[in-house]
Every structure is written in C-alpha cells, then in structure tokens.
Design a protein. Sequence first.
Lengths: 461, 461
Amino acid sequence: MKKKESNDFEETIVALATPQGIGAIGTIRISGNSAIDVANSVFKGKDLRKQESHTIHFGKIVDQDIIIDEVLVSVFIAPKSFTRENVIEISSHGSPYILQKIIQLLIKQGTRFAKPGEFTKRAFLNGQFDLAQAEAVADLINSDSNAAHMAAMNQMRGGFSKKIKALRDELIHFASMIELELDFAEEDVEFANRDQLVELILSIQKEISKLIESFRIGNVIKNGVPTVIAGKPNSGKSTLLNVLLEEEKAIVSDIPGTTRDLIEDEIHIEGISFRFIDTAGIREAKDKIEAIGIERTHSKMKTASVILYIIDLAEENTLDIREAEQKLKSLKIPWILIGNKTDKLSESALSKLKKEFPDMIFISAAGEVNIDILKKSLLNLIKADSFKTGDTIVTNIRHIESLTNTQTALDDVLKGIDRKVTGDFLAMDIRQSLYHLGEITGQITTDDLLENIFSKFCIGK
Amino acid sequence: MKKKESNDFEETIVALATPQGIGAIGTIRISGNSAIDVANSVFKGKDLRKQESHTIHFGKIVDQDIIIDEVLVSVFIAPKSFTRENVIEISSHGSPYILQKIIQLLIKQGTRFAKPGEFTKRAFLNGQFDLAQAEAVADLINSDSNAAHMAAMNQMRGGFSKKIKALRDELIHFASMIELELDFAEEDVEFANRDQLVELILSIQKEISKLIESFRIGNVIKNGVPTVIAGKPNSGKSTLLNVLLEEEKAIVSDIPGTTRDLIEDEIHIEGISFRFIDTAGIREAKDKIEAIGIERTHSKMKTASVILYIIDLAEENTLDIREAEQKLKSLKIPWILIGNKTDKLSESALSKLKKEFPDMIFISAAGEVNIDILKKSLLNLIKADSFKTGDTIVTNIRHIESLTNTQTALDDVLKGIDRKVTGDFLAMDIRQSLYHLGEITGQITTDDLLENIFSKFCIGK
C-alpha cells in the first residue's frame, strides 16, 4: 500500500479547476514533477522552463500544427505552490469543448487525470497544512452562509489545529515523564506528579468538552436547523411561512453569475440557516380541512430541531395555550410559542395575555408585526450567542468522533491513577488519547482515512 | 451618446469570469484605470501597486478585519492585458458565496458590475483586435465541435479580417484615385482607369461571392444540420437512428468536469453536427400503425436540410423506389436514398439493385453494415469538402449581411461605369461598399451595432 502511494505521488496530475459549464475563462491545473515540462511541450510562445515562479505567460496551446487556443499560463515552481509541487495553471477560453481538448492533450503527454481532492491531498502530504485545515478547504468551497464561511475560514487558517496541538503538547510532556519513570522502574521514582497529571487531564477534558459542545452550533452552522411551524388549522402557519420566505427572497443578492440558488423554504438569520420542513403539509392545509389534526402536528414536530408553535389569539383561550405549552414541554425540543393575530385583540386583552404568558412572542403574521422579534428569538433558541466570534467551533463529525474517543481514553487515565496502576499502563492510555487527537490534525493517518476524506472533495481541488 | 460612452469607459468594471457553480477555484476579473488600486485596498499581503505586470501574488482579501478568503491575485498592467487596461484577476476558493462577497466588496470600493461582453468590448475599442475577431471570442467559447472550434479560432486569429482588409485596401486605392479626379474635374482627366476598375470590382465580387457561398458550410458548422429520417412504416428508421446515436454515445469523452452535455438525437461526423428532427415521431411509430403515412413524412421532410430516406428492400419493389426518388427530387433538399435490410436479399437480387440504383446506399441497420459509408455520404451531401482546411469560412449572419450589401454597392459601381456616370457618383458607391466592408471588422461602427453584438456575450467576457 505504501509503495503504491509513493508511485501515485510521482505522477503528474491534471484536472479542470473551475466549475463545469460555459464561462469567459476556464482554468486547468497541473501538478507534479513534470508539470512544467509537460505544459511546455504543448505551449507555443516561450520556454516555460526558463520562467520564474508566480509569473504569467501568453501563448498558444498547440497539438502539432493545430492551435487549440490562445491561453495564459501561470507558472508556480516547487515548493512555492498550493501542492508544494511544480504547478501550472492554464487559463483558456471557457468552452467545455476546448478545455476537454486541452486536458486530453495533456494526458497524451503523460499526465494523469486527478482523483477527487488529489491536489489538496498532495498539499497535505507535502506539509502545506494539516488534515483539519485540508478539510476546511472543502468546507470553504461549500460554504453558503456567513457563519459557515467564517467557521471554515477559521479552521483553514489553523485556529482549530492550534488548539488541538496545544492540548496534545501538554499531554506529550506528561507522557514522556511517565515513560522516563519506566526506565527507572526498579528505583520506584515518580517523575510525573500524579496530582498534577490529574489536574492537567481535567483541564484538558474541560477544553475538549467545550469543543464537543460547540458542535451543537457547529452542526447547525454547517447543516442548518430543521424547523417546524405547527399549530391548529387557520392559526396562520401558512401566512407566517410566506412572510419569512418573502423577506429572504428580498435579501438574496442578485449579482449575475454568483447568485446562490435560493433553497426553497430556507431562511438565514445572521448567517444561520433555518430549513422549514413539511411545508407542503402547511400549504395543503390552507385549502383543506385539517382532519388529521393535532396528532399529525405532534408527529411531525418530533422530526424538527426547533418548533414554532402558533396560537390563534382570536380563537384559542388561556386553557388552549396552557395545553399547547404542556405538549411542547413534553417533546424536549427547543420551541417558541407564538401568539398570532394580535391585531384582532383589544389592547387590554393583549396586555393581560402578555402578563400571563411572558415567554410567548406576540405577532401579527398578516400585518408583518414583530417578525424581527420572532427571528431574534429563533436565533436565541439555538444559543448561537453562547459562542463568541473567534471561538473555535467544531463543524466536522469526524473531529467529534476523535474528540469523544480522546475523552474516553483520558477517562481511562484518570481511572488508572485512581487505582494507582503502574506507569506503563498510564503511558498506554495517554498514548491512546494522543492517537485520537493526532487523527484530527493528521499526525496520525491511515490510507483509508485519507481516502475517505479526500474522495469527498470535488475534482480539481 | 458619445459622452456617456466615454464616461462608461473611465469606470473600473468587475465580474465573475469563470462559470457559475461550485468548483476548486473561481476567478473574478477587474478592468480599468483603478483596477490595481481597488484590488490593493482589499488585499493584505503586499502592495499590489508595486508589482510588475504578469505576476501572481498570494494574500488575503479582507473586509476591514474580516478575512473573506486566501487568494491568488494576478496583475496585468496596461496596455499588456486583454482589455489593454489595468487588469486584476482574483482567484479564490470556488464557492459562489465567497465569490459573491468579494464582488460585493469590490463594488463597495468603487468598481461597477460589468455588462455582458464589456471586457471584450473594451479590448476592441482599445484596439486589441477588430470586431470580427471580438465576435470570434464568443464563438470560440460556444464552440462545441471540432469544425466550429477551428472556424472560430481562424476568425479570432484574424484570418477573415485580413481577407476583408485586403479587399478594402484595393477599393480604397481606387476610391482615392477617383476622388483625385474630382479635384481636377474641369480638366476632364481620368486618373482611375475605368477598365482596370471594372476588372478589380469583378475580382472583388468573386472573392465576396466565395465568402458568401462559404456561409452554407459556415452555418452548418455553427448551427448543425437539421436532418430527417423518413421512409415507410417498418422500413427501419428507428433502428438506424438508434445505431447512429449509440455510436455517438460511445465517442463522447468522459473526462469529468469537461464532458459536454450529450445533446439528444445529435451526431457528429468529422466535427459537423447533424441533428435528427422529429425523432419522437419515429419512436412512436415503432409501436403504432403509422396511419398518417406518407403525407406526414412528406411535410416533415420539408423542414429538414438533409433527408435520409429509407427503403425497405425486403418489401418495396423497383417501382416504389422510383416513386420515392421522384418525390425526393421534387423537394429540392439534399437527400440520400438508403436501401435497408440488405441481409434479407439474395446476393443476385442485391447486385441487380445496385446496378439499377447506383446512388442508393445499401445498408443493414440491424446488422450495422455500411453505417460508415452512410455517414460519409451524409458529410458529402453538405459538400463540406468543397472547402479546404485553412479556407476562410464565414459563420456569422451579420457578416453575410454586410457582404451582401457590399455586393449590391459594387453592382451599383459597375452600373455607373457602364452608364459613364461622373466620378463623384462612382466615388459615392465605392464609399458605400467600403462602409459595408468596414462594418465587418469594425472600422465603421455605431453604438447600436456594438450594443447589439456585445450584449449577446456572457458576463465576465
């Protein structure tokens, strides 16, 4: 396996780096020892082998006598490139036909078509960045909200990796002290103070708990919050949904060529996306009698991460509201109780209700009153504010697995100390926790792990 | 109008240059006087204003304190750029969200979002190339076959423009001679020999006729050939169509990220695309009794540029074939008569038929016999071979209009000479022909003409 890896590595790879389709320009990326030679063999204009790194050259890509396109070629000389290998980028006219012709020509010249994520994998293996940073490259490309963008950027720039490395360094220090004890086993000395070790492990566990805890928001950032709007027929579910979605439509930027596809039934609040689920049900219900009634609402509420429950203030009384509240509490999912149709109530009735239900949000969906307050409550509900800007937020389930495994190994260390086991057992458990921390940043890797991570990348990255 | 144009020109423009969607990288292009200053104002890494042309710089795009992305910035200093203005290209991670953020930031810094084709328009107005070459840029981007690619490349590289310029120069020489006569009008001299002028105009008209004639193949190259497969029920239309389309599927390259969309019911023969029309009818007919029969076939044949008419050799006799031939001749559209199901005939019967109908192509669609010969005949039918590689082929309907107008103006010159009109009338008609030739390469332009041409470009080009 190792052998194959190293052969793979010697090959020069090529792929389209820009998105598929027609555009003004398209860019092909080549990486590997022979990247510059190969490009030079199909380039007419100047000798690319004699150019400095980070320079751009105008010329023609030719297949024998046939001119395929006039292009700009960028030269990056190892190790000053993304992959730390020789890299060539060819920018041609953005015709899929021409780009395909150029790639075919380069393959004929001895390059190989790159596997998904292979450029980034090479960058990682050549020490450009660690594994968590490499993973952030993919997150960055897929980021479609401010929060996801910022979390990926922080991770790519090494914020998370630094944290992991700091924890690891502290453990390594102790592990080496304990391993030193093993050399002097007969003398029964303790170089590593057990009380200090306990203290250290507890503080590391606290840090790791905080990181694991951050995944609650990290997951939300990366995958959005499945949200349900529930309530009795005609309470205004459909109206509220429309008001929220219309506002979203108005916000989405319309710079041609960059407009994100508007995902149906999704809104963004301060960069967090809330996806409304089972909205078809809500829309249907507008015209039909909702015969299935509250049971159906109940079952669909269970699939959500957040519930917006609407009370029709014009129809439902205090008892109804209490009953709804009880039901929501029993679900153990964060919820907001919304009193709708405030416009149909007298001011006195309204102020009485407000006193009785201080946690209820009073709105008029039809009148678009207090929608902003509702949005803010929605954001508060997922406790996004418990993390400050700059806080490290874990968004990757693989990292959570490794962190959880680290916690377990550290628990074992603590138990061992408690039971006064010998140094060699302690050292083993500490090494286990180091192993799991190392998986995150890639100090510890296996071919399978790398394969698994990079195969999810897009081709050309 | 002129005023606005010049103001437009002073603005620095920005757009996404790579196709829309997610990719490894995306490139934003900025062009104009302040391109480098604007980019520098959002770039952290080095001072872009101090860099040489055609160099690449790694750094961060920042909005105040917030890092939007790590990018590579390419610097092109006027006039050494595509537009001959200062140009910056920013290559960021290929997330539509990030690209949009960067463009928004650049617009906040005083650039303007580019109109479709505006980069190429500026390149034209700054003398980078003439109008016919600018138009070829769009053709190149949209080219999806070898023939279209080669025609666009030849035009972009100035092959067509050179031809037009040569014709124009000859006419200009004569026009100036005739205008010289006007200065000496009282002396009744003829600087421009009328016989020589007639000879020149006839030779120019011959050249132009050849160019206009080339549009027959040029149009085919650019737009493909609408082709109909006709014939009686069960003659094998559906089988032949499937055989041709299956071969095409096998040919289309499968380099990920560059694969052209396989256009349904289209095949390429030596880079020329043949689109089969009304294939739904053929497919339906397979299961149903084709009650509408020959009338329907007849009417759909009229919409084609090429007709493949299939005879079922096992069912139809000599009389039927003669009748079909007569019908095809009456349509005045190029056609091929195909004898299908050769496998069901005795060798002697087949050789007798071959003698009787020397122009018929004998195939077995089911047995995939002689399909290659059929394809070659199809190519011959559109007389693609009457133009040699390197011949100038006009693919643009606008150019054909101008060439036709030139011919008319030259006819008027000839008539004028014949009628012995005075030099000033001749000069007017020659100037008219110069005007129309000048429209092609853009020596003569109007705002409307440019607007019309460049608005069809994609944004970012």
